[in-house]
Design a protein around this ligand. Structure first.
Ligand code: GLU
Length: 489
């Protein structure tokens, strides 16, 4: 088998949405697994609805996910141009070839009349297909129309019989040609319809496998006929299932963000999104869920694509995110969290320099609770700055013990002398101090947590205190004492 050539062919009429990204990802995985070529082609023949901004947005989304393309915008390649708006001559030439071969004919019907007929039929609850009026024009009738300069479209001449193809996902699919109608391939404004442009490009670009959404199944027989009429081999088709929301309806904005870059903005990791999208409609054939990009390249095959619809579960995406955060090293997290900490006014260049190791330990203990990188920064704020205030519920719950100010003062004195300042030594000192004062260790633990973090919950307190450091903890305990002296909890 020669190495496959696949493509992702978005129409730049919107951002890169979850469904498109998943299609791109399957194509990319297939190409990378098989040492093939992944082509990116921009289907921008709908000039009014396409824009550069949208193209840029799609490229950004793909770059964020790490879906690099071998041929296409920005990188070029031997089969360019990769924008359909720059390939119009190719479509016109192909349409002329279809005419010359008798596989297509000029249609002089007025598009507005046809539209009115279609609408009338639909209103009456009937289906409508082109009546082939122009398929049977005599030479004289054609000459008359040409002489009058009548606008003309080009229609494919549908043969009798049936058209079938073997879908990698769905098996054999067959359509009776009588339901396919003589569809337009080139409109009277000389712009191609989608069927013609997609087939001409897939032929020109040597595409061997077309992996795309299920919504294109009904387009495929028309395209198969076009390949044949243009004398080109038909590629393999794999139609991937739709993505549904948790309510089992087609995924849409109702279900939350559908733009890939929106998830980037919300603090999802590209590797988590990648992992999550890969499992929307594909399975490795076992229960494994966590994959790196490289693991997926190794495991991916078209056989694992399911024919039933996939459900987008936002909680699952969060789970993947926390799992992928947990896998990142301190050095991997630093460049990603730096902008967040900067925005929060908490960044210090020393975190990359002399405090690097300390920062990595902080990241390590915050990681298990973080669903997003922002959580890590927000939940760990107290490592970088004193708590601005104490959480109200934590105050009520943990600072009401009688005589607490006195105990806190004693603990502060003890803590100032703990050496080494390790979690184990801090814990031993706290327990001894509590005992000598006749109170429960938990009372001091909770109070210290509020003093140091401002919160009622945190990772293991002794680890936190050891990382926050002796001087800072002593100061924060002093502040707590002041607070207790000045307030009646
Ligand atoms: N531009 C088409 C779309 O966005 C691509 C169809 C195809 O992959 O053949 O749906």
């Amino acid at each position: 088998m020669t190495s496959p050539r696949v493509r992702f062919a978005p129409s730049p009429t919107g951002y890169l949405h979850v469904g498109g990204a998943r299609t791109a990802l399957f194509n990319w995985l297939y190409a990378r697994h098989n040492g093939g070529i992944f082509v990116l082609r921009i289907e921008d023949t709908d000039v009014e609805r396409s824009s550069w901004e949208m193209v840029a947005g799609i490229l950004d989304g793909m770059k964020w996910l790490g879906l690099d393309w071998d041929e296409g915008p920005e990188v070029g390649g031997p089969h360019g141009p990769y924008f359909q708006s720059e390939r119009l001559d190719r479509y016109r030439e192909a349409a002329a070839r279809l005419i010359a071969a008798g596989r297509a004919y000029y249609c002089y019907c007025n598009p507005d009349d046809l539209k009115a007929k279609r609408e009338a039929a639909e209103q009456a609850g009937q289906s409508w297909s082109y009546d082939r009026a122009c398929a049977v024009l005599s030479n004289e009738e054609i000459s008359d129309r040409e002489a009058a300069g009548a606008p003309r479209a080009i229609r494919f001449r549908m043969p009798d019989g049936a058209t079938a193809y073997d879908d990698v996902v769905h098996g054999r699919i067959e359509f009776d040609n009588s339901v396919l109608e003589d569809f337009v391939v080139l409109r009277s404004d000389r712009y191609p319809t989608y069927h013609l442009s997609v087939v001409v490009d897939d032929i020109d670009m040597g595409i061997t496998d077309v992996v795309r959404g299920d919504d294109h199944i009904s387009n495929t027989p028309k395209q198969v006929l076009l390949y044949e009429a243009l004398g080109a081999p038909v590629p393999r088709f794999a139609h991937v299932p739709l993505i549904l929301g948790p309510d089992k309806r087609r995924l849409s904005k109702r279900h939350g963000a559908t733009s890939v870059m929106e998830y980037a903005r919300q603090g999802f990791l590209p590797e988590a999104m990648f992992n999550f999208l890969a499992l929307l409609g594909w399975s490795p054939g076992n229960d494994r869920e966590l994959f790196t990009r490289e693991d997926l390249v190794t495991a991916f095959s078209l056989d694992g694509i399911s024919s039933s619809n996939a459900v987008f579960n936002p909680e699952k995406l969060e789970w993947f995110n926390s799992q992928h955060i947990a896998r990142l090293t301190g050095d991997e997290i630093t460049p990603r969290i730096e902008p967040v900490l900067r925005e929060m006014g908490l960044w210090d260049d020393a975190l990359r320099g002399e405090r690097r190791e300390w920062f990595h330990r902080v990241i390590e203990i915050l990681k298990p609770r973080a669903k997003k990188l922002r959580d890590l920064a927000e939940q760990g704020r107290y490592f970088f700055t004193d708590p601005a205030e104490y959480d109200e519920a934590a105050v009520k719950k943990h600072l009401a013990a009688p005589g607490l100010a006195v105990h806190v003062a004693a603990w502060r004195e003890t803590l100032a002398g703990v050496d080494p300042f390790s979690p184990a030594a801090i814990e031993a000192a706290l327990r001894a101090c509590a005992e000598s004062q006749g109170i429960k260790a938990a009372t001091l633990i909770h109070a210290t947590r509020v003093a140091v973090t401002g919160q009622g919950v945190s990772p293991s307190l002794f680890d936190v205190v050891a990382l926050v450091g002796r001087d800072t903890t002593v100061q924060r305990l002093a502040r707590l004492k002041q607070f207790l002296d000045s307030t009646s909890v």
